[in-house]
Design a protein around this ligand. Structure first.
Ligand SMILES: Cc1ncc(COP(=O)(O)O)c(C=O)c1O
Length: 376
């Protein structure tokens, strides 16, 4: 039985071109600045994002952390979406390591925060009771709104608010290239108003490891120093950077333009799932990047499954799906997430829809399909 793993785009395997490039990579000690492959990747990242410089880091979490260290003083405060990865899913690194508090603003269905709420969240620098607002963070694509992409116009609007208060704007662009492809704009256009960004190579771009932090030369120098502080100074890391250079290349081995396939597959998956009895809260038109997020509900209130808690029902659905060879994950707000990625094609998507139909019946959310009456 095929295993189709839609838990995340982080499960992607490196491409054959990446494996070749990794095996042949010219390397050196990167802490001394001697690794030519890392240097080439950082230069390419700066070029493609329109920023002055870049620094290769081990993960998106490390990228956000070193960016915060570089931007935010101890006792500072960041303004970020309340359920963003930076606030919710990085073990409160902003508090534990940076020494900053976070002011969470709720997301709207399109993944944006209301600019008026952001402006109102700034602290009064003259009041000695308050921390100093030191940074705004945007997440693009915005995960909890089913991967909605934030536009250049919105980014510019928030940058104007940040800069008007004398603070920088950081973009957690773990899936920034998905946003650019979905919106049909260059990544440099998305980042033009921002001061810094992290983007991940290890997600939709299919590299085995790594993220990049980009920004001004001064900011990147501080982030590079912070990377050493948190133990991220790696040595012959060109072995990993080589995969990133392939991912960001313009030629046939490049992984940026193919993200459009993941988006088309996510839409196909969303349309297939939304048509199944037992799947709720899924508007296929909202599948604009590579995330599909949905709920499961029991269609017959008189059935035994109607007595299960939402969590039990989802667990049963996920177990039944696994038995059919498909993996998805539980997600916040009583939902389930499926992520399309390199290695998953249209045919797989159709298999996932069939498997979901069976899993909905197996967990009791939907009635078992009546077997066709034999024709004599
Ligand atoms: C929006 C967002 N930011 C940051 C990260 C952190 O990336 P990593 O898992 O490489 O630390 C993730 C990971 O899923 C993410 O979804």
């Amino acid at each position: 039985m095929p295993l189709i793993d839609l838990r995340s785009d982080t499960v992607t395997q490196p491409t054959p071109a990446m494996r070749r490039a990794m095996a042949e990579a010219e390397v050196g000690d990167d802490v001394f600045g001697d690794d030519p492959t890392v240097n080439a990747l950082e230069a390419r990242a700066a070029e493609i994002t329109g920023m002055e410089d870049g620094v290769f880091v081990a993960s998106g979490t490390m990228g956000n952390l070193v960016s915060l260290i570089a931007h935010v003083p101890r006792g500072g405060e960041i303004i970020a979406e309340a359920e963003s990865h930076t606030v919710m899913d990085e073990q409160a690194g902003h508090a534990v390591i940076v020494g900053a508090s976070a002011r969470g603003i709720p997301a709207r269905p399109d993944g944006t925060m209301d600019p008026a709420l952001i402006a109102a969240a700034f602290r009064n620098p003259l009041d000695m009771h308050e921390p100093r607002t030191s940074l705004i963070v945007l997440e693009n694509t915005h995960a909890h709104s089913m991967g909605q992409p934030l536009t250049p116009a919105y980014t510019a609007e928030i940058a104007t608010i940040a800069h008007g208060h004398g603070v920088p704007l950081h973009v957690d662009g773990a899936r920034l290239f998905n946003a650019a492809i979905a919106l049909g704009v260059d990544v440099s256009e998305l980042l033009a108003p921002a001061d810094s960004a992290t983007f991940c190579l290890s997600k939709g771009l299919a590299c085995p490891v790594g993220s990049i932090v980009v920004g001004s030369a001064g900011f990147v120098a501080r982030a590079r120093r912070a990377r050493k502080l948190v133990g991220g100074g790696m040595r012959q890391v060109g072995i990993l950077a080589a995969a990133g250079l392939v991912a960001l290349s313009d030629g046939p081995d490049g992984m940026v333009r193919r993200l459009a396939e993941d988006h088309a597959n996510a839409r196909r998956l969303a349309e297939g799932l939304a048509s199944l009895p037992g799947i709720v809260g899924l508007d296929p038109a909202r599948a604009t990047t590579n995330f599909v997020v949905f709920g499961v509900a029991v269609t017959d209130p008189a059935s035994a499954a109607a007595r299960l808690s939402p969590r039990e029902l989802r667990d049963r659905f996920l177990d039944a799906l696994r038995a059919e060879g498909v993996l998805m994950v539980d997600y916040p707000h009583d939902t389930i997430r499926a992520v399309t990625h390199y290695g998953v094609d249209e045919e797989d998507v159709d298999l996932v829809v069939q498997a979901s139909r069976k899993a909905l019946a197996a967990c009791g959310a939907a009635a078992r399909p009546t077997p066709a009456t034999p024709v004599n």
